[in-house]
Design a protein around this ligand. Structure first.
Ligand code: EPZ
Length: 420
C-alpha cells in the first residue's frame, strides 16, 4: 500500500506552481464528447481522476492522447453504450457523463457514482433537471438508464432547490444540444462552471450567465472541436498558501487567479497572515503570531468547503480558540480524529469543529479519509515534530498533481513509500 512519510519541522522556501483545476477538468473531459471534432485541453493536471476519466473515454471508443499537460480528445469513435461499470464508480465526477451522453445520444446507461466519503452525496437535483428536459429514468440493479422520451431533450426552466456545482454543470451538458431554451435558476457560481461554459461556447454552444445564479442555454444542432486552457486549481492554490503560512520561510505560489480566492485570502488576513498578492501569484512570508478565527463555509464566492480541512493545521498554529462550521458537508470531519492523534487540540462539537491553537503537533501514523482531509494531514506532518506516516494516500493523489515533487522542491523531507 502506498503511504506518504514526512519528517516535519523543516523550513520550506522557494516557488510552487499551481496546476489545472481538478473540478474543472473532470467536467471538461466528459463535455468533450459533445463535439463533432477534436477537443484539445491544455493545462491538464497529473492526477488520478484524469487517468480514470481517460480510461472511461477509451473504453467508450474515444481516442485520447496525452502529451504532458495537453490532452487531445477525438470523440469520432464514440459508441452509445452502457458506461464501463468498475471505472465509473472510482470517482463521483463520472456523473458528468450522464449529461454529456444524454446531450449527445439522448440516452445514458451508467453505474451509480462513487467518490469521497463526505456523507450522503445525492444526485436528486441532477435527475430532476434531466426529467424536466424530457428524460425518463429507470433502474436495474445499481445501473441507471436515462432516456430522452423521443430521443431528443427539450429546454426547460429548472430551479435548483440547493446550490449544486454538479447539478448545475450536468444540466448545462444536457441542455447545450436540447431543443429550445433552458434556464437554470439558483445556479452554482463556481469558477469551474464558467470554465465549462467557456469550453462549450467555444465549441458553438449558446450559454449565458455562467458564474451568476441564473444561466440560460439556447440549444444548438451541433458542436465543433476547439482548444481550451484549463483554469488554475483554486483549491490546490489555497492548500499551498495555507501550507506556506504554516511552515514556510518565504514561499511564492504561482499560477493563481486571486479573484477565485478572495474569501479565503480575507480569512487569512483576519488571522494576521502576511502575504503579497500580485497578478498571478501570492508570496507568503514567514509568519509571526497568528490569531485563531471562526470559519464558516458557503457556496462560491463564500469560503470553500474544500478549503476548511487544508486550512485547519494553520488554524491550529494560531493563538486562541475558535470553531469551524461546514454548512455544505456537515460530515466533512474525517481529519479531526487524525489531527487529534498528532496532539492537536481539536474535536467535533455538535455541528461544528472546535479547536484550540498554539499547541505543537507531534508526528504520528494517520490515515487520509478523503482528498482534502489528506491534504490537511500533509500540512500537519510538515509542521509536526518527528515523523508522520499517512496511509490511504490514493485520496491525495486524486487531486494534488505531483505533490511529492512540488513539496520536495521547497525543501520538505517527504516521500512516497510502499508498505504492506
Ligand atoms: C463539487 O462536488 C466538488 N467536486 C466538491 O469538491 C465540492 O466540495 C462541492 O462541489 C461543493 O462545492 C467536483 O466539482 C468534482 P454539490 P458536487 O452538488 O458537485 C447537495 C473536492 O474536494 N446536493 O455542489 O458533488 C450536496 O449533498 C470535492 O474537490 C443535493 O442535495 O457538490 C451538498 O450538500 C469534494 N442534491 C450540496 O448540495 C444533488 O443532486 C453541494 O453539493 C446534488 C447536491
Amino acid at each position: 500500500m502506498k503511504k506518504i512519510k514526512i519528517t516535519g519541522n523543516r523550513p520550506l522556501s522557494g516557488e510552487i506552481t499551481i496546476s489545472g483545476a481538478k473540478n474543472s477538468v473532470v467536467a471538461l473531459m466528459p463535455a468533450a464528447i459533445l463535439a463533432d471534432g477534436i477537443v484539445t485541453l491544455d493545462g491538464v493536471p497529473n492526477i488520478s481522476d484524469v487517468d480514470s476519466l481517460i480510461a472511461i473515454l477509451e473504453i467508450m471508443g474515444v481516442s485520447v492522447t496525452r502529451d504532458g499537460e495537453t490532452l487531445t480528445i477525438d470523440p469520432s469513435g464514440l459508441k452509445s453504450m452502457p458506461m464501463p461499470y468498475g471505472k465509473i464508480n472510482s470517482l463521483r465526477a463520472s456523473y458528468y457523463f450522464y449529461g454529456s451522453l444524454l446531450g449527445r445520444f439522448g440516452t445514458a446507461t451508467v453505474g451509480l457514482p462513487g467518490g469521497c466519503d463526505l456523507g450522503p452525496r445525492p444526485i436528486d437535483l441532477h435527475l430532476k433537471a434531466f426529467e424536466a428536459m424530457g428524460a425518463e429514468i429507470s433502474y436495474e440493479g445499481d445501473t441507471m438508464t436515462l432516456k430522452a422520451i423521443d430521443g431528443q431533450l427539450y429546454g426547460a426552466t429548472i430551479y435548483m432547490d440547493t446550490v449544486s456545482v454538479g447539478a448545475t454543470i450536468n444540466t448545462i451538458l444536457a441542455a447545450v444540444k436540447a431543443k429550445g431554451r433552458t434556464v437554470i435558476e439558483n445556479a452554482a457560481r463556481e469558477p469551474e462552471i464558467i470554465d465549462v461554459a467557456t469550453l462549450l461556447n467555444n465549441m458553438g454552444a449558446r450559454i449565458r450567465g455562467a458564474g451568476t445564479d441564473v444561466i440560460t442555454i439556447e440549444g444548438v444542432e451541433s458542436l465543433s472541436g476547439t482548444r481550451h486552457q484549463v483554469i488554475p486549481d483554486r483549491i490546490e492554490a489555497g492548500t499551498y498558501v495555507a501550507l506556506a503560512a504554516a511552515v514556510g520561510q518565504g514561499v511564492r505560489v504561482t499560477n493563481v487567479l486571486y479573484e477565485h480566492l478572495e474569501s479565503f485570502i480575507a480569512k487569512l488576513e483576519e488571522m494576521g497572515v502576511r502575504m503579497t498578492v500580485s497578478e498571478d501569484s501570492i508570496f507568503v512570508e514567514e509568519q509571526g503570531t497568528l490569531k485563531a478565527v471562526n470559519v464558516q463555509t458557503s457556496p462560491y464566492p463564500g469560503f470553500a468547503t474544500d478549503l476548511q480541512q487544508p486550512l485547519t493545521p494553520l488554524l491550529l498554529k494560531a493563538h486562541g480558540q475558535a470553531t469551524i462550521k461546514d454548512t455544505i458537508y456537515e460530515k466533512r470531519i474525517g481529519h479531526v480524529a487524525e489531527l487529534a492523534r498528532m496532539s492537536a487540540d481539536i474535536e467535533v462539537k455538535g455541528d461544528r469543529i472546535a479547536y484550540q491553537g498554539g499547541k505543537r503537533l507531534e508526528g504520528a501514523e494517520v490515515k487520509a479519509t478523503d482528498l482534502r482531509a489528506g491534504a490537511a494531514l500533509v500540512i500537519a506532518g510538515l509542521m509536526a515534530q518527528g515523523e508522520t506516516i499517512i496511509s490511504n494516500v490514493e485520496f491525495i493523489l486524486r487531486g494534488y498533481s505531483n505533490i511529492i515533487e512540488k513539496l520536495s522542491a521547497l525543501g520538505a523531507d517527504i516521500q512516497l513509500i510502499e508498505e504492506d
